[in-house]
Design a protein around this ligand. Structure first.
Ligand code: CMP
Length: 138
């Protein structure tokens, strides 16, 4: 599974209509898409996904935002997929994101930052299984 990672095109990006551009950038960067679906998360689903952040002061804001509108969940494949996807996304805070990254181009704030990506191979496996069954992966 080390060649797989999990990503989300967040509600802000879908609302702005830039999800197509982000998917094109993912393909141009050499990722294969193994799973993809448009979902509208419930508050409970978002709270479960971000459970590791439960104690953080921004947890309420984060889960409200993530359940505010549709998003796109994805399973991406590439050699070293976890760091490769993080590189393409750029820093969590768009003010610190480098030129050429998705967050530099599409994110508006640290909370509404266009995309999510797993931070480790272990978490990628957990996050993939949170949204996808094996049958949904090609
Ligand atoms: P993500 O990679 O989806 O994982 C956790 C998210 O919490 C992160 O992206 C940010 O969007 C969000 N986040 C992190 N720090 C803050 C903050 N200080 N205020 C609001 N949201 C934050």
């Amino acid at each position: 599974m080390s060649n797989l990672t999990f990503g989300i095109i967040k509600p802000d990006a879908v609302r702005k209509g830039v999800h197509g551009s982000i998917i094109q950038r993912i393909l141009d960067d050499g990722f294969q898409i193994r799973g993809m679906k448009l979902i509208h998360q419930s508050r409970k689903q978002a709270e479960g996904f971000y459970a590791v952040h439960r104690e953080r002061p921004f947890f309420g804001e984060l889960t409200k935002f993530m359940s505010s509108a549709p998003c796109i969940v994805m399973v991406l494949e590439k050699e070293n997929a976890v760091p490769e996807w993080r590189n393409l996304m750029g820093a969590t805070n768009p003010a610190e994101a480098e030129e050429g990254t998705l967050r530099k181009e599409f994110a508006s704030s640290i909370g509404e930052n266009a995309v999510h990506g797993s931070d480790s191979v272990e978490n990628a496996a957990i996050e993939i299984s949170y949204f996808f069954s094996k049958l949904e992966l090609v």
